[in-house]
Design a protein around this ligand. Structure first.
Ligand SMILES: [Zn+2]
Length: 100
């Protein structure tokens, strides 16, 4: 975790607390602007139960590139540099020598 990410987390937390403390004010402002009505319309028209189910299934089925459940179960994975098959606990690729 880099220093920039830590600063971003702290700023996000402070912003979140300030926003949460003024929750009713923000909700009233959003109601006046019509954002809540538009969001309800979008939810009713486009986020049906079927659409949410499909999105959740796609998120579950998406895996990182090169990941194979069968290969992970067998205790092997692929080198990111040369795509050589290496053991799961190996720190260096046996073929190209790069750190994995
Ligand atoms: Zn390699």
């Amino acid at each position: 975790m880099t220093l920039g990410i830590r600063k971003l987390i702290v700023v996000s937390l402070v912003g979140g607390v300030v926003l949460f403390a003024n929750f009713l004010l923000v909700a009233h402002w959003l109601q006046e602007r019509g954002v809540i009505d538009m969001a309800q319309h979008v939810r009713q028209e486009f986020l049906t139960g079927t659409a949410i189910t499909i999105i959740v299934v796609l998120l579950i089925l998406l895996v990182r590139p090169g990941y194979s459940a069968a290969r992970a179960w067998a205790g092997t994975r692929r080198c990111r540099v040369c795509d050589h098959s290496i053991r799961e606990d190996a720190q260096y690729c046996g073929d190209c020598g790069s750190r994995v």
